[in-house]
Design a protein around this ligand. Structure first.
Ligand SMILES: Nc1ncnc2c1ncn2[C@@H]1O[C@H](COP(=O)(O)OP(=O)(O)OP(=O)(O)O)[C@@H](O)[C@H]1O
Ligand SMILES: [Mg+2]
Length: 377
């Protein structure tokens, strides 16, 4: 990346130093009093991140303030009952075998050069430097349209292309699917826990100890432990996003459905917004109402909004061009996310199993989002 201000340099240095000296540091050998028990299963990623320079989180989070009593350590819980994990079956590839073979042949043709040039351009947009952490809120007018899927795809894409820390945050406590989609096997600390713990004195290495490391890089903060419980409140949301912006170049927020209070707050306070629209006439109509509402917000919210038009059923009959044209009328870009067999399967998203069209659409969406997120001060 082309450098993004001193704060990012400092944050990366902190992480690198912590990784280099993890065992030798006095921190590691004599933990401070009242340190909350380390979330062992969230302490280290299963694999090293793909980008070599991205370091692993510290082994143990340190206590935020020695004068405060340590918060009780929540239990680590599986995101899916192990009996169901066995029943998940093998992941399908988004593209059929014949399609993949055809694509390999097309790579040898003249148009392949243009494709590469376009991919490079989009990658550069996704990698744009930021001066302060950017928050991207993802929501929709109704449930089940693909918010968590889009948030997971965006989180993974930002993480893949950027060299600075990326967080995917779940702000939907209604038994959301984000941890599963991000490949987390267990969860322990959630938004409300972190809101109680986080202080400005904490280092990134302290904070990441409370997060779930994502297998191919980046971090995840769940909204809950996947139990029916208290909904996330606006205050918790604000505390967590404001505090974590200091450490993460990009935070992708998987919000609850509009017009929930947290979703409205997230949409109002984010640097860029993604509204996920389902490929149905009623879904497009409802999404258009959301865009009109955003157009009335005082701070040009529409100018930093992108629509992801998601076809999460194989047999939709609505003409995508007409649907996209209707949504573009208020002046927002619309990116079509096609039906993808791998995404339809549910369960963890394996980037390598996505169809090529989905991968291209996701990078385009991330580029459109980043272009807008960097505009805001
Ligand atoms: N592009 C896609 N292609 C195929 N199926 C998809 C696609 N996007 C989402 N799905 C399917 O739609 C289902 C719902 O998606 P997801 O959980 O992301 O929606 P959501 O809006 O977050 O739902 P909720 O409101 O319950 O949080 C997924 O389990 C997946 O099967
Ligand atoms: Mg969801």
């Amino acid at each position: 990346m082309t450098g993004g201000g001193d704060w990012q340099h400092d944050v990366l240095k902190q992480l690198t130093d912590a990784t280099d000296g993890a065992d030798a540091s006095p921190e590691a050998s004599s933990p401070p009093a009242r340190r909350p028990e380390a979330p062992a299963d969230q302490a280290a990623p299963a694999h090293r991140p793909a980008l070599g320079s991205r370091p692993a989180p510290a082994a143990r989070p340190s206590a935020p303030d020695p004068h405060l009593p340590a918060p009780p350590t929540p239990q680590s819980l599986p995101t899916i009952d192990p009996r169901l994990t066995i029943a998940l079956g093998r992941p399908h590839h988004g593209d059929s075998l014949a399609h993949r073979a055809g694509r390999s042949l097309r790579r040898l043709t003249a148009s392949a050069g243009q494709e590469v040039a376009e991919q490079t351009r989009l990658a550069q947009e996704v990698q744009q430097p930021v001066t302060t952490g950017r928050v991207v809120a993802v929501t929709s007018i109704r449930g089940g349209v693909g918010k968590s899927t889009v948030a997971a795809l965006l989180g993974r894409t930002f993480n893949h292309y950027r060299h600075d820390p990326v967080l995917t945050l779940e702000a939907d406590a209604a038994l959301g699917t984000l941890p599963v989609r991000m490949g987390a096997e267990t969860v322990r600390w959630a938004c409300a826990d972190l809101a109680r713990i986080v202080t400005p004195a904490m280092q990134l290495t302290d904070v990441t100890g409370y997060l779930v490391p994502v297998a191919d890089g980046g971090w995840l903060l769940p909204a809950s432990q996947g139990r029916v419980g208290a909904p996330l409140d606006v205050r918790t949301y604000r505390t967590v996003t404001l505090a974590l912006r200091r450490y993460f170049a990009v935070t992708v927020v998987d919000c609850e459905t509009l017009p929930g209070e947290v979703a409205r707050t997230a949409m109002d306070t984010a640097h860029a917004r993604v509204v996920v629209a389902p490929m149905t006439a009623e879904g497009i109509h409802g999404t258009r109402q959301v865009l009109d509402w955003l157009g009335q917000l005082p701070h040009a919210a529409l100018a930093t909004t992108v629509v992801a038009l998601s076809a999460n059923a194989p047999d939709t009959t609505l003409d995508p061009k007409t649907a996209a044209a209707h949504l573009r009328e208020p002046g927002v870009p619309v990116v079509l996310l096609p039906y993808d067999r791998h995404l339809a399967q549910g369960g963890p998203i394996h980037t390598a199993m996505l169809s090529q069209v989905t991968r291209d659409a996701t990078v385009r969406l991330a580029a459109e989002v980043m272009q807008r997120a960097v505009r805001v001060r």
